[in-house]
Design a protein around this ligand. Structure first.
Ligand code: FAD
Length: 293
């Protein structure tokens, strides 16, 4: 079944072939107030004309309906191209096939295929797919999707070694169309990743993920969880103004702008902003970089 919409969304592989992409990531809200925050962020960020926007998936299926609802809502109600995240953890192959087939029937053409992290508080069944590469193949087997994967500049915390993670990422990316990275704060981590993927013969686009450090505690916690180093130089700068949340915010934007600029200057094929369902930080960095319509 094909679905006709007034706005023609695109496959992300085709968007990337045209030049640098600037994309925004959102997550499914859990409360009515968070629902309003997401709607506001989407409304405030749409005028920037992002290349595409993506919506995360609660590993194990906790946001199964919600992610579908938001992704298809973006397709229906906005002028933005959506991408659905999907994770292997806790799902059977049949469940994943059903989710992907439903996206296909709804006109969604872009999927970010992920391993997922089992939530520690949920006793999930193991799941039939162990690694994201198996999900890339499953999605490819169902339809003509553009498929992205995750990449970890400071290797994934569960990796046997840095080299094994680079190798598995190269194998996965060879079968996908593009990768988006975990966030990081030193550009050299990104360039090292790209260089080692090239050494493995893979030169597909690797889009760096940008997370502005606009608060101290929560970014430190997130960094620990993801295996991203929260560097001493950045912690020192932020802690020097820790008493003033506005100054912390401004510094976080300034440093994220510098990082984004050095990534683009160094040849990165775009930027992916972790918006945390807020628009201010992304809009400010966009402005600083002279992007947008
Ligand atoms: C851009 C981005 C978006 C994300 N969105 C979400 C989201 O929506 N929901 C969510 O729950 N999580 C999300 N995550 C987090 C992600 O699910 C976790 O980091 C997860 O632990 C790893 O996912 P992966 O896709 O890299 O997994 P995989 O590619 O499966 O890799 C996981 C680990 O297994 C290793 N590995 C891979 N293949 C093999 C193999 N064949 N043999 C042995 N080892 C192997 C890798 O080196 C790595 O250490 C996102 C991450 C990124 C970067």
């Amino acid at each position: 079944m094909s679905v006709a919409y007034p706005f023609a969304p695109m496959k992300i592989a085709d968007i990337l072939a045209r030049g640098p992409s600037y994309s925004f990531e959102f997550f499914p809200p859990r409360t009515p107030a968070a629902e309003i925050a997401l709607t506001t962020a989407l409304e405030e960020l749409e005028p920037l004309g992002p290349s595409y926007v993506s919506v995360t998936y609660g590993a194990g299926g906790s946001t199964r309906e919600k992610t579908h609802e938001i992704v298809t809502g973006i397709l229906r109600d906005t002028q933005m191209t959506p991408m659905a995240h999907l994770t292997c953890v806790g799902h059977t192959r049949a469940q994943l096939e059903e989710i992907v087939a439903r996206y296909q029937a709804s006109g969604i053409e872009n999927i970010l295929a992920l391993g997922g992290d089992p939530p520690p508080d949920l006793d999930l069944p193991k799941g039939e797919l162990e690694h994201a590469i198996e999900l890339v193949r499953l999605v490819r087997g169902i339809g003509d999707f553009s498929v992205g994967v995750a990449a970890h500049p400071e290797p994934h915390p569960r990796s046997a070694s840095r080299e094994s993670d680079r190798l598995h990422t190269a194998e996965k990316l060879a079968e996908a169309d593009f990768a988006i990275t975990q966030f990081f704060f030193d550009a050299e981590h990104y360039f090292d990743l790209v260089e080692s993927l090239r050494a493995h013969g893979v030169d597909k686009p690797v889009i760096p993920g940008i997370m502005p450090a606009t608060t101290i505690g929560s970014i430190k916690r997130m960094s620990q969880l993801q295996g991203s180093e929260f560097p001493r130089w950045l912690a020192d700068k932020l802690e020097a103004v820790a008493d003033d949340p506005d100054a912390v915010f401004a510094l976080g934007i300034e440093e994220a702008t510098k990082l984004a600029r050095s990534l683009i200057d160094g040849g990165a094929p775009g930027l992916h902003f972790y918006t945390l369902n807020r628009s201010t930080a992304t809009r400010q960095i966009y402005d600083n970089l002279g992007l947008g319509k």
